[in-house]
Design a protein around this ligand. Structure first.
Ligand code: ZN
Length: 288
């Protein structure tokens, strides 16, 4: 076939690109007759799932940019039993927090804006005046946050919520997030479990502490706070508590919440299905 694209060279295009306009699909990848080389598909980078968002700091009124998850880009995987969200190629939990590079105010996005003046005062005096340096630097380009940096920020957020006398649910949710991050870090390290044995053991110890704190905090919050709690309705919190109790080996306690969810008139079908699955696991454990 003659060059059907002749004349395109003056636009800088390759006239030889098309040898056969309607060639078989399988050979279309070798326009110049080169042998097909199986090209490894590179996995997407973590930054592909992020974008920079401008945030206004409620403490110092400065604005800064922080990486957040692009909506709809990352593919959601089945969450863990205790509802830890999981996505392909990225742990979104790392990006659920913002830290002002000017004054150092650090909080989960959910708790970042709209601070009551009394809380702002407590945070300034109890946290920001004590910080040696803001924990996060100003950024202009997308950067991946490591597990360690994310965990540090969440710990500062937890410290901040203690200082501002936050609700138990806020503190419990922050502990849960830290535990989830540690779980993610352990998963990452487990790729080479033998080499990372000591670090994994240290993470596991921290994990147990934060997970138990989160559980105790939510149990306390349930008896004193209204729903939604940390953004979750009652059936979601019940399922979370049941799953956490299960993970902590408190099967009888978990069972109570699961039974309640199964007969609940308000819980959605997704929650009910998960409650049924959890019930099977509990029955299995109680048999032993
Ligand atoms: Zn600030």
């Amino acid at each position: 076939m003659d060059k059907i694209l002749s004349g395109l060279a003056k636009f800088g295009l390759d006239e030889n690109l098309v040898k056969d306009l309607f060639e078989e699909e399988s050979s279309s990848s070798r326009p110049n007759g080169e042998p097909t080389v199986a090209k490894a598909i590179e996995p997407p980078k973590e930054t592909d799932f992020l974008l920079l968002k401008s945030v206004r700091c409620p403490i110092c009124d400065g604005t800064f940019r922080t990486p957040v998850i692009k909506s709809g880009r990352a593919k959601r995987k089945e969450p863990d039993l205790d509802l830890r969200p999981r996505f392909e190629y990225i742990d979104t939990n790392k990006y659920d927090i913002a830290s002002c590079p000017k004054c150092g105010f650090t909080a989960m996005h959910r708790y970042f804006g709209n601070l009551a003046p009394v809380h702002a005062k407590l945070i300034k005096e109890g946290v920001l005046m004590k910080l040696k340096n803001p924990p996060a630097k100003a950024i202009t380009d997308l950067e991946v946050i490591s597990y360690d940096s994310a965990i540090d920020l969440y710990k500062i957020a937890l410290y901040t919520s203690v200082v501002k006398k936050a609700k138990n649910s806020e503190k419990a949710y922050t502990c849960l997030k830290i535990a989830w991050l540690l779980r993610g870090k352990i998963e990452e390290l487990s790729v080479d479990a033998e080499k990372n044995k000591e670090v994994i053991a240290a993470c596991q110890k921290d994990y147990d502490t934060f997970y138990k704190q989160a559980f105790d905090g939510f149990v306390k919050a349930m008896s004193s706070e209204n729903y939604p709690m940390a953004g979750m309705d009652q059936s979601t919190v019940d399922l979370l508590i049941a799953a956490m109790a299960y993970n902590l080996g408190q099967y009888e306690y978990a069972s109570r919440f699961v039974s309640g969810l199964i007969v609940s008139r308000t819980a959605g079908s997704n929650i009910k299905n998960r409650a049924h699955d959890l019930k099977e696991k509990i029955v299995e454990k109680l048999k032993k």
